[in-house]
Ligand binder design. Structure first.
Ligand SMILES: [Cu+2]
Length: 118
């Protein structure tokens, strides 16, 4: 008579943690929540293909036509991105094909890794 309730309980617990995980990932897609800074840094994202359209060295911004950014739930588009390190902007020029990783920092999409595509 003891075995069954235990089994039921562990199934319920497993289901509950699955739901929690699902909510977590839905959540992550919506970006800027300052209050939620407690999470460990996310795993390194895979590199996204892009093409440099414009570089603004002074503002530390770059305009890229980019492919889908899965970790940000962002479809392919052309947009302005910040760079984590302004030195990144000296390594590429307009018209270059690049590969990059992006993350959200303070509500702005920021390039955290940038390299010229071979
Ligand atoms: Cu975009």
């Amino acid at each position: 008579m003891n075995a069954l309730p235990k089994l039921t309980l562990s199934i319920v617990m497993a289901a509950a943690s699955t739901v929690a995980l699902a909510q977590e990932s839905t959540h992550a897609g919506h970006g800027s929540h300052g209050a939620h800074a407690g999470h460990a840094a996310s795993a390194p994202a895979e590199l996204i293909e892009g093409e440099v359209k414009k570089i603004d060295q002074d503002a530390e911004k770059i305009t890229l036509r980019h492919g889908e950014i899965k970790n940000l739930n962002m479809p392919a588009m052309t947009m302005v991105l910040r760079v984590k390190d302004p030195a990144m902007l000296t390594q590429v020029k307009v018209g270059d094909k690049v590969r990059f990783a992006a993350d959200r920092a303070n509500g702005a999409v920021t390039i955290v890794q940038l390299e010229k595509a071979q």
